[in-house]
Design a protein around this ligand. Structure first.
Ligand SMILES: *[C@@H]1O[C@H](CO)[C@@H](O)[C@H](O)[C@H]1NC(C)=O
Ligand SMILES: *[C@@H]1O[C@H](CO)[C@@H](O)[C@H](O)[C@H]1NC(C)=O
Ligand SMILES: *[C@@H]1O[C@H](CO)[C@@H](O)[C@H](O)[C@H]1NC(C)=O
Ligand SMILES: *[C@@H]1O[C@H](CO)[C@@H](O)[C@H](O)[C@H]1NC(C)=O
Length: 246
């Protein structure tokens, strides 16, 4: 009896471990044990994702705003990518309307290499502490490529009154995204106070503002120049005050 209990526990533990390790991938790493199985899966799927047409693909609700959107050719949207060996690769097509940008964020599991398709944008990243948190920022236009290391916070902004687009490429099928501001606002108020000395009432005030779902439209000078209404151009997600205060 004790033995079968031990076995059951070992199996349960193994199952938990399998879930924990498989979780980052929707179509999941470890689903295919060998390259032969990956090839078989591609064949069974009739190579449906061999060609990925961004014109036919739709942005997810969270990534679609009135003034820009993100369309993913990643493991969650293209089954073909789930059959790539190792880390595989993936892409995101980012379209930014006037005065619109990709809000500050980082990718926990993949370096990014982004190619400018049309228009012109400002693209920046903030270095890690050992790089003295240096702000590295530049305007890029068509045919230029930007490199962002894994985990480094970065952002973009379209100053022009016309749309711009770039293609982000990742050396992984599942780079993940962490939106910096939204994440910061989840931190208890007293911790943010201890980190900054900003009075808690001001921090709670910041926490009352809605989150902007990427891409975000703003920049007061740009909004005036391009005659854009920030409220209607953005997709605003109210913060859950119950969850955040303090
Ligand atoms: C692949 O194509 C075959 C032949 O046209 C069809 O029978 C099968 O259902 C298709 N499989 C998938 C997963 O679409
Ligand atoms: C990018 O271009 C805009 C508009 O021309 C300008 O205001 C901004 O300072 C430039 N940014 C950088 C980093 O050069
Ligand atoms: C970008 O590259 C393409 C292909 O070489 C070229 O036709 C186009 O003129 C380039 N764009 C700019 C702004 O240089
Ligand atoms: C807000 O968060 C609280 C606590 O987690 C939860 O009980 C409540 O359902 C949430 N409300 C909304 C509107 O999501």
């Amino acid at each position: 009896m004790a033995q079968s209990h031990a076995l059951a526990m070992a199996l349960a533990f193994a199952a938990m471990f399998a879930i924990a390790t498989a979780q980052p991938f929707m179509f999941e790493a470890g689903k295919f044990q060998t390259g032969v199985q990956e090839a078989a899966a591609r064949r069974e799927d009739n190579y449906s994702g061999f060609v990925f047409n961004f014109n036919d693909a739709k942005p997810s609700a969270a990534d679609d705003t009135p003034n820009g959107n993100l369309i993913l050719n990643q493991v969650a949207t293209n089954p073909f990518l789930s059959t790539l060996p190792g880390d595989g690769n993936g892409q995101t097509l980012i379209t930014l309307g006037p005065c619109s940008g990709n809000t500050p964020h980082s990718h926990p599991r993949g370096s990014e290499i982004s190619f400018m398709l049309y228009g012109s944008i400002e693209f920046g990243m903030v270095e890690e502490n050992s790089g003295q948190n240096r702000l590295v920022i530049a305007n890029i236009t068509q045919n230029e490529t930007i490199h962002i290391p894994t985990g480094i916070m970065h952002f973009s902004f379209n100053y022009q009154c016309e749309p711009a687009a770039f293609l982000a490429n990742f050396a992984t099928k599942d780079p993940g995204t962490q939106t910096t501001w939204n994440s910061l606002m989840r931190i208890p108020t007293h911790i943010l106070n201890s980190a900054t000395t900003i009075p808690e009432r001001l921090i709670n005030g910041l926490k009352q503002f809605p989150q902007v779902t990427a891409p975000g439209t703003g920049g007061e000078e740009c909004l005036r120049r391009c005659n854009i209404n920030q409220q209607t151009a953005n997709k605003l997600t109210p913060l859950n005050a119950t969850e955040l205060l303090p």
